[in-house]
Design a protein around this ligand. Structure first.
Ligand code: USQ
Length: 427
């Protein structure tokens, strides 16, 4: 199949591009390299050294004998995007090309606006491009479990049957997202549903949980194919962060009570889920929704698991409850359906001590590259104020902590290159 992968240079996009190429599909990868620029803006970066996009693609060709076409395209540039869709006429498009960090979207007004403009405008342009140039194309869109929030009832896969005043209908499941990033995904879902209903497009919205692990068979095959490993407070996700924190001597930063419960998925299952979705397109006019995660854990459970695996490796790591920068429920009911992908054939890689041990080992191998000052959260979501965290990461001098605070305040005043950069994205 001819598959366009938007956002193919990122954490999920790159391994998915390799997986689909290895499976024999014709892959055209588009990306605006924004994820690498956010690293520069935040003075953070992947713990693992990652090759430039064109290098990666060249290594893949040498290693596998298969080619991936890579092009620099920004989805918010309607002209660029329309040209590529009209030329490639993809049979399926996988859309990862979004700002994916909740904390990034909560930094200040410019970052919230940049997130929503990038995500909502990019997706809208893609919908119009598909309508006009490839109307049979199956759009496979990465949504997020965070669209649902943490309601006090079971979460379904996209839709819920509701009985009201004696009548019954199947309606989109209510959404209570927890950040401007998660909200951008809700807006996307509404726009996609509308486009399917109005224009007869076909789409799958994959509400993905928190991805852990950094490797797939293909990214581990060659140093030039290595995937990113994020651990900073803005882009790093919780389990991967705990593994890097372990490698750096701790502590494991549990925000608040640690009862926050979420759906989790191994990166190896992410790439397989995308493949399963592509192989089974919904009929024209339908937006199918599948919850893409395999297990639920609370943050405290994960911290305990990582500490246990660390102890087995001879590393004592402290679990520390730190002030929660976010506004979220720290103890709550959580039960979310996730059978659709299993019904399509997914055989989950359930969370194992081996995977965690491997993540810690990779982190130890590259710990010299870690920027410790990026680990602690610096922005309070409630009011945008700076966190005065009592936590010290090993080796962090108090001067560095003060620098971080000062950088945060500069950011908030809007006189840094970072804020200017975010505003520039809107123009
Ligand atoms: N948390 C900690 N300590 C940390 C980091 C996080 O306790 O050091 C907690 C957070 O407070 C939160 C939970 O862990 O309750 C998850 O945080 P996260 O940063 O791992 O994930 P999140 O911000 O929810 O976002 C990530 C991805 C996003 C994706 C989402 C799926 O960055 O792209 O959409 O996971 S979901 O969470 O299901 O919405």
């Amino acid at each position: 199949m001819r598959i366009l992968i938007a956002g193919g240079d990122g954490f999920c996009g790159w391994p998915t591009s390799l997986h689909l190429s290895a499976a024999g599909h014709e892959v055209v990868l588009i990306d605006n390299l924004m994820r690498r620029r956010w690293d520069e803006e935040l003075h953070s970066g992947s713990l693992t050294p990652i090759a430039e996009l064109q290098q990666r693609v060249a290594v893949w060709q040498q290693y596998s004998g298969r080619s991936i076409t890579a092009e620099i395209v920004d989805l918010t540039d309607e002209g660029q995007l329309f040209e590529v869709i009209a030329r490639v006429r993809p049979e399926a498009t996988v859309h990862f090309a979004e700002q994916s960090s909740a904390p990034y979207s909560m930094i200040d007004a410019s970052h919230a606006v940049a997130t929503q403009v990038n995500n909502v405008v990019g997706t809208l342009n893609l919908l119009f491009a598909i309508r006009d140039f490839a109307p049979d194309c199956h759009l496979v869109k990465l949504g997020t479990m965070g669209e649902y929030g943490t309601p006090d009832i079971d979460i379904e896969e996209g839709y819920i049957e509701i009985e009201h005043n004696g009548r019954c209908d199947v309606l989109p499941y209510p959404k209570q997202p927890g950040s401007f990033y998660h909200l951008s995904k809700v807006h996307d879902s509404d726009n996609i549903l509308f486009a399917c209903r109005t224009w007869g497009l076909r789409a799958t919205d994959l509400n993905q949980g928190i991805v852990y692990n950094v490797q797939t068979e293909h990214t581990a095959a060659h140093p030039g194919l290595v995937n990113r490993y994020d651990y900073d407070a803005v882009f790093g996700t919780v389990l991967n962060r705990f593994c890097v924190q372990t490698a750096l001597g701790g502590p494991l930063t549990v925000y608040g009570e640690g009862g926050q419960t979420r759906g989790f998925i191994d990166l190896r299952d992410t790439v397989r889920c995308i493949e399963l979705a592509i192989e089974t397109p919904p009929p024209a006019g339908q937006m199918r929704v599948m919850n893409q995660f395999t297990q639920q854990f609370s943050v405290a459970e994960l911290a305990a698991l990582v500490a246990k695996v660390a102890a087995r490796k001879g590393i004592e790591v402290e679990i520390r409850k730190v002030g929660n920068p976010r506004v979220e429920r720290e103890r709550h009911y959580y039960k979310a359906a996730h059978s659709a992908l299993v019904n399509l054939g997914l055989k989950p890689h359930l969370m194992s001590e081996e995977t965690i041990e491997r993540l810690i080992s990779i982190a130890i191998e590259h710990r010299g590259r870690a920027r410790k000052e990026t680990i602690l959260p610096s922005i309070r979501w409630r009011d945008g104020g700076a966190m005065h965290s009592p936590v010290r990461v090993d080796g962090e001098a108090s001067g560095e902590a003060a620098d971080r605070l000062e950088a945060t305040m500069r950011w908030r005043r809007g006189d840094s290159a970072a804020a200017g950069f975010a505003r520039g994205r809107m123009g």
